[in-house]
Design a protein around this ligand. Structure first.
Ligand SMILES: [Zn+2]
Length: 61
């Protein structure tokens, strides 16, 4: 299970969704919680790419 961030391309509402690997592999098309449109686009979070300007601190491989 992983939490993915989506943004609805119809109403621009961002939302999070917990998706299992099986569901994700099947090409899950989540419905927007606001307008119910199945036009959600996956947002790519940069959690692992945050330490860019900072060198050294918190860099634990
Ligand atoms: Zn929407």
């Amino acid at each position: 299970m992983a939490i993915y961030e989506y943004v609805c391309s119809a109403c621009r509402k961002p939302f999070e969704l917990t998706v299992s690997m099986a569901e994700y592999a099947r090409g899950l098309k989540p419905a927007c919680p606001r307008c119910k449109a199945r036009k959600a686009i996956r947002r790519f979070t940069s959690v692992n790419v945050k330490t860019r300007s900072k060198t050294g601190s918190g860099w634990s491989g």
